[in-house]
Design a protein around this ligand. Structure first.
Ligand SMILES: NC(=O)C1=CN([C@@H]2O[C@H](COP(=O)(O)OP(=O)(O)OC[C@H]3O[C@@H](n4cnc5c(N)ncnc54)[C@H](OP(=O)(O)O)[C@@H]3O)[C@@H](O)[C@H]2O)C=CC1
Ligand SMILES: CC(=O)N[C@@H](CCC(=O)OP(=O)(O)O)C(=O)O
Length: 344
């Protein structure tokens, strides 16, 4: 059994960590923090957890208590892990950060997109980007994990098989993505009220979204050169889910795209390549750590379309964070992550 702490335990990803870890046989949640709910029992705030964490209550973040844990998850806004991660790492605690604090290798680029100076540049060299499908060996050795963002997870998993094989015109990639409203967190904002967000759909961040540099960083690596990417996110009236429609142009005729995707992900426990002609639905991954993919060749031109769906709170955040924890501590990679999606 290992002891873990969660900083930011009242937010959507923090509570999703609790829901998933309730099924994990090797983890005990020792510390869970909230500044606004300190003293409150977790099952008073979240009745779905009744019976799973008897007596566990929120406390103020305290580096000493957190430093007694084997690992600490940060499910906090950007900048919080910058301030605390170094101290925890010095105490021998491993850090799994769900925010974007350590995702970009270039601190100046981070500062440009996140509107504040990078608060822990000295830790960047040891931060490992926690996408198991490309970084599994490094994750096993890591002490500090940057869990990928939700859109970046779906877009990278969809494009990687094609880019690794050099099959695409790397300057003309398009990612048209839709997210459910939990992607915006639990904080109250007018644009996410039921009357504002339901029965409607809109694009946002079309001229530049902070996930663009993160996605580009991952795709550059897969392609071995700088890619040109248009990324447009949309807000859709669903609670959970990311749907990514990815467009690329083939530079040569591949032998069999379906076989290529199946071979790339054959041994990947969190990726499901669907049969030819499929259209994966977000509800088919709700509550699961699975990315479902389908590859299409519409028309007779050079266009290839990849469809990717994930649950933003699971494979897009808390589930992927636990996948990383499992790898770091030598557990089965999908321990605690085996449930099938709730459908319908
Ligand atoms: N929602 C999603 O789909 C995804 C989210 N992420 C990322 O994960 C992180 C958490 O997201 P989400 O759960 O949606 O966020 P929420 O806004 O729902 O929750 C944020 C949590 O952080 C705590 N918190 C806020 N400020 C501080 C602070 N200064 N120090 C300590 N704790 C703080 C809050 O509790 P309190 O204020 O009481 O301390 C709360 O528990 C973010 O960085 C987000 O970008 C990543 C992928 C997907
Ligand atoms: C619908 C919505 O607002 N989604 C969020 C992205 C999700 C998220 O939390 O971003 P990180 O993965 O970088 O932490 C947004 O566009 O800012």
């Amino acid at each position: 059994m290992i002891k873990v702490g969660i900083v930011g335990g009242t937010g959507y990803t923090g509570v999703e960590l609790l829901r998933l870890l309730a099924q994990h046989s090797e983890v005990e949640v020792d510390v869970i923090t909230s500044r606004s709910e300190a003293g409150m029992r977790v099952d008073e705030l979240y009745p779905n957890l009744r019976g799973h964490y008897p007596g566990l209550a929120y406390s103020e973040p305290d580096a000493r208590r957190l430093g007694n844990c084997d690992a600490v998850f940060f499910a906090t806004p950007h900048g919080v892990a910058h301030a605390l991660a170094g101290e925890l790492l010095e105490q021998g605690t491993r850090v799994i950060d769900l925010s974007a604090d350590f995702r970009l290798q270039d601190a100046d680029e981070w500062a440009n997109w996140y509107g504040q100076p990078h608060g822990a540049t000295e830790l960047l060299t040891q931060a490992v980007y926690g996408l198991p499908e490309i970084n599994r060996d490094a994750i096993r050795q890591a002490r500090l994990i940057a869990v990928p963002g939700c859109y970046p997870t779906a877009v990278q998993l969809g494009f990687i098989p094609l880019l690794e094989q050099g099959l695409l015109d790397t300057k003309r990639l398009i990612a048209d993505c839709k997210s459910g409203v939990t992607g915006a967190g639990r904080g109250a904002k007018v644009s996410f009220l039921l009357a504002e967000a339901s029965e409607s759909m809109k694009a946002y961040g079309a001229s530049g979204h902070r996930h663009l540099p993160e996605i580009r960083q991952g795709l550059d690596r897969a392609a071995g050169s700088d890619v040109g990417l248009t990324f447009v996110p949309h807000l859709t009236p669903m609670i959970r889910g990311i749907h990514a429609t990815l467009y690329g142009h083939l530079t040569r005729e591949p032998e069999d795209l379906q076989a290529l995707f199946e071979a790339r992900y054959r041994d990947e426990p969190a990726v499901d390549v669907m049969p030819p002609g499929s259209h994966p639905e977000t509800r088919s991954v709700r509550g699961t750590d699975i990315c479902r993919l389908a590859v299409h060749r519409p028309g007779d031109g050079d266009t290839v379309v990849v469809l990717a769906v994930i649950d933003n709170l699971v494979k897009g955040a808390s589930g992927q964070a636990i996948q990383n924890l499992n790898l770091m501590f030598g557990f089965d990679e999908m321990l605690g992550l085996g449930a099938a999606a709730l459908m319908p």
